[in-house]
Design a binder for this molecule. Structure first.
Ligand code: ATP
Length: 247
C-alpha cells in the first residue's frame, strides 16, 4: 500500500496550462483537395492531445498518470522528459530527470551495450568516472553480462529494457519517469525493477509512472492523476482515482 506523504516539499515538476496538438494526416484525392479549396473547407485535422493541463509534483511524490488509450499520458510524460515540446503553457523540472519512455530510445544500435552504457550515462548527467565506478553494478543489475560487448541492434526488447533501466537507476535521478515499458521485462525482472522503484521512492525520489496495470500503480503511487481526452478529470489518492476510472 502507498503511504501518505507530505506534499509541502519543493516542487520538482511544474506544469502550467500545457497544450499539445497533433495533426491527423489523411490521404486525400486530388478531387477532394480541389473541392475543399473551392468551398474554402479546411481539411487539416488537428486535435489537442493535451488541453490546458496544470499540476505540480512535489519532491518525493509518487504519481501515477492514469487514463484510457489515447488520453494523453505518454505525450505528457514525453513533454516532462523534454523529448517533445509543448505548443502552449510551460513545464519546469528541478533536479536530474531520468526517463524510461520508449524501449531502446537513447541507445545507438551500432554501439555495444558497454558503449551505450557510457553514452546513456553521459546523457543522464553522469561523469565518466561515475559511470566507470558503477559500471559493474549496472551490468550486474541488468543480468546481461554475456551480451555487454554485443551491438545492441541484436538485443531483444527485454534486454534493452534491462540495460536502460539499470543505467537510469544508477544515474541517481531526482525525478524518475517511467512509461509502460516495464511490461516488456520478464516477471522476475519486473519484480526486481519494482523493488528498486520502491527503494527510490523510500529515498524520497520523485516518480511519475504510466501503466495500465492499475492495481500495481495504485499500490506503488500515492497520487493518481486521471486524464480524459487530454484534460485532467481527477487528481487524488491513487486508489480512489483508480476506483473512479473503473466507474
Ligand atoms: N507523434 C504523434 N503524432 C500524431 N498523433 C500523436 C502522436 N503522439 C500521440 N499522438 C496522439 O495523441 C493522442 C494521445 O496519445 P498518447 O500516446 O499520449 O496517449 P496515451 O494515454 O499514452 O495512450 P495509451 O494508453 O494507448 O498508451 C492519441 O490520439 C495519439 O494518437
Amino acid at each position: 500500500m502507498a503511504t501518505s506523504r507530505t506534499t509541502t516539499g519543493p516542487v520538482n515538476i511544474e506544469i502550467a496550462d500545457v497544450t499539445k496538438s497533433f495533426t491527423l494526416r489523411h490521404q486525400r484525392s486530388m478531387k477532394e483537395l480541389l473541392v475543399a479549396s473551392v468551398k474554402g473547407k479546411d481539411l487539416s485535422n488537428s486535435f489537442n492531445a493535451l488541453d490546458g493541463v496544470s499540476f505540480d509534483v512535489h519532491e518525493g511524490e509518487t504519481v501515477a498518470l492514469l487514463g484510457f488509450n489515447g488520453s494523453g499520458k505518454s505525450t505528457l510524460l514525453k513533454l516532462i522528459a523534454g523529448v517533445m515540446h509543448t505548443d502552449g503553457g510551460t513545464i519546469r523540472t528541478r533536479g536530474r530527470v531520468a526517463g524510461l519512455i520508449e524501449v531502446g530510445a537513447g541507445f545507438h544500435p551500432d554501439l555495444t551495450g558497454r558503449e551505450n552504457v557510457y553514452m546513456n550515462g553521459a546523457i543522464l548527467g553522469m561523469s565518466e568516472q561515475a559511470i566507470e565506478k558503477r559500471f559493474d553494478d549496472i551490468v550486474a543489475f541488468s543480468e546481461i553480462e554475456k551480451f555487454i560487448d554485443t551491438e545492441v541492434k541484436f538485443y531483444s526488447s527485454g534486454m534493452f529494457l534491462r540495460l536502460a533501466f539499470s543505467v537510469a537507476v544508477h544515474s541517481d535521478p531526482e525525478v524518475f519517469l517511467i512509461d509502460e515499458i516495464l511490461a516488456v521485462g520478464d516477471e522476475p525482472f519486473q519484480k526486481k525493477c519494482l523493488a528498486r522503484i520502491r527503494e527510490l521512492s523510500a529515498e524520497g525520489r520523485t516518480l511519475v509512472i504510466v501503466s495500465h496495470d492499475l492495481d500495481m500503480v495504485a499500490d506503488l503511487c500515492d497520487r493518481g492523476i486521471l486524464l480524459e481526452k487530454g484534460k485532467i478529470v481527477a487528481d487524488g489518492e491513487s486508489h480512489e482515482v483508480v476506483k473512479q476510472m473503473r466507474g
